[in-house]
Design a protein around this ligand. Structure first.
Ligand SMILES: Nc1nc2c(ncn2[C@@H]2O[C@H](COP(=O)(O)OP(=O)(O)O)[C@@H](O)[C@H]2O)c(=O)[nH]1
Ligand SMILES: [Mg+2]
Length: 227
């Protein structure tokens, strides 16, 4: 079989499963966010700082994807919230079936927020809907300010851009204003946060963004029920 129809079949099957997940997240009031970046931009570190700052009884969970190893799950489990590793064994993105399978023994009624850390990659994850309410793209200041222009799809599809590792700005020739303008060219009006996880800067705005996004998600869910 030639490659294009096969790829379309896989993607449309993924769309179907993702629509089912989105409906379940809406029914149970779970805000699902899909974190996407190149390897090493700081997804797991941002999640560590996030889990660390939440109250012990916060109703959150994490699915974290990598090609190999349980390293990120081990890092995240230390905070006492439900965490599962998804190892893809070579696949460069998570897909909706993997999410469905790894959610099977969690009760969605126990959750308010589900964080998904995608496999490190700025290309493939942008084509696979996971049923999330929002994609979040993370770009660290060591990656170059032109990345939104080179990888437009993921910047176009993400509601929020986290510019990470801003503590390194004095040491790298990264023009942060140009990076923000490039992101705005691809997605006008995109929300942008500047964060340093090592210096713990910008984390309050991130937590506030999550809270506001969840409120917006719940309001939208109630409107669907009222229609
Ligand atoms: N300087 C600095 N380093 C960071 C920051 N956040 C993460 N890192 C480092 O970047 C590397 C990759 O981080 P990690 O969270 O594993 O990235 P992931 O592959 O996107 O999950 C690690 O060595 C982190 O300690 C930050 O805010 N500032
Ligand atoms: Mg990671």
């Amino acid at each position: 079989m030639n490659r294009v129809p096969m790829e379309q079949k896989v993607l449309s099957e993924n769309e179907r499963l993702a629509a089912g997940l989105r409906e379940r997240f809406r029914e149970h009031g779970v805000l699902c966010v899909n974190l996407i970046s190149s390897p090493g931009s700081g997804k797991t570190t941002l999640l560590e700082r996030t889990l660390e700052s939440l109250p012990r009884d916060a109703r959150v969970a994490v699915l974290t994807g990598d090609i190999q190893t349980e390293n990120d799950a081990a890092r995240l489990k230390r905070f006492g919230f439900p965490v599962k590793q998804i190892t893809t064994g070579g696949t460069c993105h998570l897909d909706a079936r993997m999410i469905e399978r790894h959610l099977a023994d969690w009760n969605l009624d126990d959750l308010d927020i589900l964080f998904i850390e995608n496999v490190g990659n700025l290309v493939c994850p942008s084509s696979y809907d996971l049923g999330e309410a929002a994609k979040i793209v993370i770009l660290s200041v060591t990656e170059g300010e032109d990345k939104p222009l080179k990888y437009p799809s993921i910047f176009f599809k993400s509601e929020l851009l986290v510019l990470s590792k801003v503590d390194l700005l004095p040491y790298v020739p990264f023009d942060i204003e140009a990076a923000e303008q490039n992101a705005q060219r691809i997605r006008p009006g995109m929300e942008i946060l500047r964060i340093s996880c090592t210096e713990r800067n910008g984390l309050e705005s991130w937590l506030k963004w999550l809270q506001n996004r969840r409120d917006m998600f719940l309001r939208a869910g109630r409107e669907v029920v009222l229609q």
